[in-house]
Design a protein around this ligand. Structure first.
Ligand code: C2O
Length: 546
């Protein structure tokens, strides 16, 4: 194991896309930012130098951060932001996981352009649990705005309305030739006939789940969220924002050119989205003639919940693969947690842009999460500072109610959830089970829920209200998929389980960036364990001050 060192200069970059010149915030002048490559067991030191006019933090999405909570990165949760003109070094070791993860800004909407891949290969001398690919290729799906994304976010928050949709989706930062002025801004992958490639696909889009498909080629899923899966063959993939999928792709078709393409899975009925398609070209290098126009894959319809559910629920983990963990059987904390949108009252004498002239809001168990501003939650935990967060996040919602019934929207107590910085406090090594239940106060929607600091087992997923009597019998306790982000089925539920073996403060939130500032979040505060090795060490000297 070695120390891998990187320096990230975060600063403005002028790019032209979709016939516009736009100034974005980017790392080291590239979009996506640099790919970080490590082996399991390596340590990573990343010096982040903020040369931008914005507050910045970097989150290492999916990294377990064992005993290194100070490097997790969500602003005001594990650190105060890196102010313009200052810097911070993230130091952590990557253990007990292999595959594809990614890094992104975790403050405002900056992650629209501040993101990159994090590739974790096995230790030297160790092998993949599948045949060695000829080449490995990161495929980052993104979302692009012609406007400044921070302005887009701030405008939505000020008016209480839904934010403007993006102008394009991208593959490795490129929109592709279905968009205006993008003929030369199309991602191109060269392959050789008969060779197998490992595509490390990442959904870095802000607000959209994406179907992904390559014309005439099948893909074999071998890992999700840096956990190996039983090989699963499919011709289409779905990734929620935050999720990663490693697939093997063999160039076994007639030499020529084929499009790869992505467009949204729009789970919420009647919510306007950007329904355009991004595409890149896969070209066989040894093709005699590439004059024929590339073949275009047929993507599923935008609202194809059946296909989405099939892809989400058919995956299983690979028993006995490196770092595989069995499902913990004894549950210490049973939680039933609602996730969904609601409203916040508009200021007096104003009409806001959300439903009924109010502002849009969001909550978990009727608590709408509010980020602190004076101190990070992790510092409050470590230094025992009161008044930054409360420990009263409930194990169930305040009332029993039919979460699939879309006519419940007049229950004002549920609709207007109070703003809280409330957390769930658990003992070191406690096993937590959560039933995540979609609500329907504003709309039904598939919310991709992401937990920092832990992987969880996805025991089951279904539609309608979770029914403990019948649905518990469906739990897969043998080989469920292991993830850090789960799309809770639209109008349905997902059951997850994890062991809280890492002290610190770990946020859990919807990975649609539109819902995070609205309050679709909570956090786990995991107490220290009994030994020095299970006690959170003090913060690094350069931890930014609020
Ligand atoms: Cu990828 Cu809290 O985020």
């Amino acid at each position: 194991a070695v120390i891998v060192e990187h320096t990230f200069h975060v600063k403005y970059l002028t790019v032209s896309k979709l016939c516009h010149q736009t100034v974005i915030t980017a790392v080291n002048g590239s979009l996506p930012g640099p790919t970080i490559r490590v082996r399991e067991g390596d340590s990573l030191h990343v010096h982040v130098i903020n040369e931008s006019p914005y507050n910045v933090t970097i989150h290492w999405h999916g990294v377990l951060q064992l005993m290194t909570g100070w490097a997790d990165g969500p602003s005001y949760v594990t650190q105060c932001p890196i102010r313009p003109g200052t810097s911070y070094t993230y130091r952590f070791t990557i253990t007990k996981q292999e595959g594809t993860l990614w890094w992104h800004a975790h403050v405002s909407w900056l992650r629209a352009t501040v993101y990159g891949a994090l590739v974790i290969r096995p230790r030297s001398g160790h092998k993949y649990p599948f045949p060695k690919p000829h080449r490995e290729v990161p495929i980052l799906l993104g979302e692009w705005w012609n406007a400044n994304v921070i302005d887009v976010e701030n405008q939505a928050l000020a008016t209480g309305a839904a934010p403007n949709n993006s102008d394009a989706y991208t593959i490795n930062g490129r929109p592709g030739n279905l968009y205006n002025c993008s003929q030369n801004d199309t991602y191109k992958l060269k392959v050789q006939q008969g060779k197998t490639y490992l595509l490390r696909i990442i959904n870095a889009a802000l607000n959209n789940q994406l179907f992904f498909k390559i014309a005439d080629h099948k893909m074999t899923v071998v890992a999700v969220d840096a956990s190996y899966t039983k090989p699963y063959v499919t011709d289409v993939m779905l990734l929620a924002p935050g999720q990663t999928t490693d697939v093997l792709l063999t160039a076994n078709q007639a030499p020529g050119a084929y499009y790869m393409a992505a467009r949204p899975y729009a789970s919420a009925p009647n919510v306007p989205i950007n329904n355009s398609t991004t595409r890149g070209i896969m070209v066989y290098e040894n093709a005699l003639s590439t004059s024929a126009s590339p073949k275009m894959p047929v993507l599923p319809p935008l609202n194809d919940t059946a296909t989405a559910h099939k892809l989400n629920s058919n995956l299983t983990s690979l028993i006995g693969a490196p770092h595989w963990v069995p499902v913990p059987r004894d549950v210490d904390e049973h939680m039933y947690v609602t996730v969904g949108l609601g409203l916040e009252p508009c200021e007096k004498n104003r009409t806001c842009g959300g439903q009924n002239g109010q502002k849009f809001s969001a909550s978990m168990n009727n608590h709408s999460f509010q980020f602190p501003t004076k101190l990070s939650m992790l510092e409050a935990f470590f230094f025992n500072v009161k008044g930054i967060y409360t420990t009263d996040f409930p194990n169930k919602p305040p009332v029993k109610f039919d979460y699939t019934n879309t006519t419940n929207s007049n229950n004002t107590a549920l609709l207007f959830a109070p703003k809280r910085t409330s957390v769930k406090k658990v003992k070191f090594n406690a096993t937590v089970e959560m039933i995540l239940q979609d609500t329907s106060l504003i709309t039904l929607e598939n919310h991709p829920m992401h937990l920092h600091g832990f992987n969880f087992h996805v025991l089951a997923q279904g539609f309608g209200n979770f029914n403990p009597r019948t649905d518990r019998k469906k739990f897969n306790l043998i080989d469920p998929q292991i993830r850090n982000t789960i799309g809770v089925p639209v109008g349905g539920w997902a059951a997850i389980r994890f062991t809280a073996d890492n002290p610190g403060v770990w946020i859990m939130h919807c990975h649609l960036d539109v819902h995070l500032p609205l309050g679709l979040a909570t956090a786990f505060v995991v107490e220290n364990g009994p030994t020095p090795a299970t006690t959170l060490p003090p913060p690094p000297k350069d931890l930014p001050k609020c």
